[in-house]
Design a protein around this ligand. Structure first.
Ligand SMILES: Cc1ncc(COP(=O)(O)O)c(C=O)c1O
Length: 488
């Protein structure tokens, strides 16, 4: 493709995105295709001769779009949002245009330094502890996802807990800091509430500890926050059995209900027992851009590591997870490997950060560009407005639900997720599932479910970039109509 052709087709592609976002409300939110329907329309073999880019755009409309669930649709209320915005899309395009691979400072100094700087900005915007800033022993790095951050936190925690032995001997051989002799993978434990994201179990499997190493601590049945006495008991029971407690995860905004663990109390227990504390604020953390919501950071000063996803709720296209450590040494200690072919003067000078040591893969995209563009385009005021609008809409939605005789609120809703259901005890489970199916099949909105205290519960997660109060109002109208139709 020549630069001239690129200019022509680039304009077409950008126009296509602008048109798509303009007409997005005309599509059913949830894709209505059956399994295999998209592939059935694709040629079995790749083309022998090149095709014009118009042909790709035509098939995007005809073949791909019907198989898209429109995450940017303002009536997308499922899971947690995955924000996109004009400045982020454009900056992602610029990143693709530069096409740099920022594994080392030397492979594109701006890729590393802009990332360090933007993550310092984000730490300031969220009022995170000074220890996470790049001018001390800690610092921030962009990961693809919160799942990667949990894994990295665990690898760093294992490195610290084993005095570095996990790196050389694997978890089977590592005897712990006091050299307690060989221990197999059953010798380590990690702690989190029953509400923790499944990424923790996955991380434990990948780190070689296995799924059983994860101790699920009970939660308070009303707040769904971790019971800290239960955490202490579990840690002490493990210690009596000769098991090394490695890491605890406190969640700020659980996936199921947005419950908030008592981070400070958990932090005190961790500090007392020398356990790594990771705070997973994947969805909720960015809300701290609003001073009135900064209470969600209470206790984060205890954290050894922390993550939040601007790609969920801060206008930045997937993928962008901001991961911070209070001390980078255990992370780098766990992951750093320097083969001959990566040696360079800048690395050897010790004056630069090489982000390849802060993540699992070697290669990395220039993701900081999109977060930089978002922060500059919206400014602190614009980011706050984005969060505040959604929180206000969620609080209003919760009031409507509460005032309705057939519905009830199922969990606290401090931010932009509201968990609600038809009243009626266990017998209502089927009706709630049927209600969700009916709503999603209508194509007018999309929401997903969870179980709260074992009861089927619907989740309305407000947070897409285009969602306004009127979309939430329309969703509530549709929910009431569908419930009335179900009741016959
Ligand atoms: C609290 C929490 N942690 C982790 C994750 C996993 O996120 P990711 O897709 O970034 O790995 C989620 C996803 O919703 C989440 O809500």
């Amino acid at each position: 493709m020549t630069p001239e052709e690129f200019r022509t087709y680039g304009r077409l592609a950008v126009d296509w995105i602008a048109d798509y976002l303009e007409r997005i409300e005309s599509y059913p939110v949830l894709s209505q295709v059956s399994p295999g329907e998209v592939r059935a329309q694709l040629p079995a073999r790749p083309p022998e001769r090149g095709e014009p880019f118009e042909a790709v755009l035509a098939d995007l409309e005809k073949v791909v779009l019907p198989g898209i669930t429109h995450w940017q649709h303002p009536s997308f209320f499922a899971y947690f949002p995955s924000n996109a915005s004009g400045p982020a899309i454009l900056a992602d395009l610029l990143s693709a245009g530069l096409g740099v691979q920022g594994m080392l400072w030397a492979t594109s100094p701006a890729c590393t330094e802009l990332e360090q700087h933007v993550l310092d900005w984000l730490a300031e915007l969220l009022d995170l502890p000074a220890a996470f800033r790049s001018d001390g022993p800690g610092g921030g790095v962009i990961q693809d996802t919160a799942s990667s951050s949990i894994l990295l936190a665990l690898l760093a925690a294992l490195h610290r807990a084993t005095g570095g032995a996990a790196r050389h001997e694997g978890v089977r051989g590592a005897g712990g800091p006091e050299g307690q002799g060989d221990r197999d993978r059953e010798g380590y434990a990690v702690y989190a509430s029953t509400q923790v994201h499944s990424a923790l179990v996955k991380a434990s499997i990948i780190a070689g500890l296995g799924a059983p190493a994860v101790r699920e601590i009970p939660v308070d049945p009303t707040t769904l926050a971790m019971d800290v006495a239960g955490l202490r008991e579990a840690i002490e029971a493990d210690q009596r059995a000769g098991i090394i407690p490695v890491m605890a995860v406190a969640t700020v905004g659980t996936t199921s209900t947005s419950a908030i663990d008592p981070v400070g109390e958990i932090g005190e227990v961790c500090r007392e027992h020398g356990i790594w504390l990771h705070v997973d604020a994947a969805y909720a953390g960015v809300a701290a851009v609003c001073p009135e919501l900064r209470w969600i950071n209470d206790g984060v000063g205890y954290a050894d590591s922390y993550c939040t996803n601007p790609h969920k709720w801060l206008l930045t296209n997937f993928d962008c997870d901001a991961f911070y450590v209070a001390d980078r040494a255990p992370l780098i200690g766990a992951l750093s490997i320097l083969p001959e072919y990566l040696r360079n003067a800048a690395t050897e000078s010790g004056a630069v950060v090489d982000y390849r040591d802060w993540q699992v893969p070697l290669g990395r995209r220039f993701r900081a560009l999109k977060l930089w563009a978002v922060i500059r385009w919206y400014g602190t005021e614009g980011l706050r407005e984005h969060i505040r609008g959604h929180v206000a809409a969620a609080q209003e939605f919760a009031e409507w639900v509460r005032a309705h005789p057939r519905f009830e609120i199922a969990a606290p809703h401090p931010l932009s997720l509201v968990c609600f259901r038809l009243r009626g005890g266990e017998e209502a489970d089927e009706a709630n599932a049927a209600l969700m199916e009916r709503l999603n099949a209508s194509g007018e909105l999309y929401l997903t479910h969870t179980k709260v205290n074992d009861r089927v519960t619907l989740r309305l997660a407000i947070g897409t970039t285009l969602t306004e109060r009127r979309h939430v109002e329309a969703a509530w109208r549709r929910i009431q109509e569908a419930a009335a139709a179900l009741a016959g």
